[in-house]
Design a protein around this ligand. Structure first.
Ligand SMILES: [Zn+2]
Ligand SMILES: [Zn+2]
Length: 299
């Protein structure tokens, strides 16, 4: 990965190679294979996030992964191309659950590539039924930890109206990245499993008032969204962030926003306000978008 790529991705922001260097020694993430002496940076790009599609890309020295594939295959290819990457170089696609905003690109991507999908059994069955296709799946049991190259993947159950939805904590030599979207409420298990995150993608789905006032959605859908197996509101996400936050958490990405019932400004205001009041001024709160990738984060 050349310097040009690094600079391209950070046009408006200073380089973040020293992301964890300001932390006291006790707060440094514990690398599984010793410090990152290779000089190959670990990079995360949220290719897009929102209630109409979710996909992120993680790259380490040995491993290139997608986390969910909730855009068309063409969109995913285009968004990877915007950071100089192709689906052909992927080592795997991790899937949280079978809702279409997390899997709609799988058919097209996997028809052309020999890329394995990592998911649990119920999710595999639901995806194959829904997309009417068979996939090369490496199945894990929810709660299990496994490795893909030099990335260690922790999985944990989240309360959401899917067959067996999960969140992930991806452990790399440069830090831990948590994925926590699509959950109706934050269980103690969820909070414990992502507390080691240095970077976290957290759902801020809706603003309660905007959802209640929304005229497009019938009452039954609103009830589903608001249920304990639905989605986190901005307020619920702020409370969850406060429970999760540690000295090790450096970046908090706000994701899976409803297009009609939320705005990035509102979500940002609620969550960062809550963290400020809790004294967590060291956490940088970032917005994500449905239509465009976030600038690449180098850990
Ligand atoms: Zn979703
Ligand atoms: Zn979902």
């Amino acid at each position: 990965m050349g310097r040009a790529f690094h600079e391209l991705c950070h046009r408006e922001k200073p380089p973040r190679r020293g992301l964890f260097s300001r932390l006291p020694p006790k707060a440094l993430p514990q690398p599984r294979r010793g410090p990152n002496v290779t000089g190959v940076p670990v990079q995360l790009t949220i290719l897009g996030s929102g209630s109409a599609g979710n996909c992120a890309y993680l790259e380490t020295e040995e491993t290139r992964l997608l986390i969910d594939a909730g855009f068309s295959g063409r969109q995913i290819r285009q968004r990877l191309a915007s950071i100089g990457r192709t689906p052909e170089s992927l080592h795997g696609i991790l899937i949280t659950h079978e809702h279409s905003d997390h899997i709609q690109g799988l058919t097209s991507l996997c028809a052309k590539l020999q890329v394995p999908i990592y998911c649990n059994r119920l999710t595999k069955e639901a995806i194959e039924l829904q997309l009417e296709a068979r996939f090369d799946c490496r199945m894990f049991s929810t709660g299990a930890t496994f490795e893909v190259g030099d990335v260690t993947v922790d999985t944990f159950s989240v309360p959401h109206d899917a067959y067996d939805p999960v969140g992930f904590l991806l452990r790399t030599v440069s830090g831990n990245i948590g994925f926590l979207t699509d959950l109706g409420h934050a269980t103690r298990l969820v909070v414990e499993r992502v507390r080691a995150a240095n970077v976290l993608l957290l759902e801020t789905n809706h603003d309660l008032k905007l959802l209640q006032e929304d005229t497009k959605r019938p009452w039954s859908i609103k009830q589903r969204i608001l249920s304990r197996h639905g989605h986190l509101s901005n307020d619920a996400a702020a409370e969850t962030a406060e429970q999760i936050v540690s000295a090790e958490l450096r970046y908090l990405y706000l994701g899976h926003l409803s297009r009609d019932c939320n705005t990035p400004e509102l979500a940002h205001q609620v969550v960062s306000g809550r963290l400020q009041r809790a004294g967590a001024t060291h956490v940088r709160v970032e917005s994500t978008f449905q239509d465009v990738p976030c600038p690449t984060l180098t850990l």
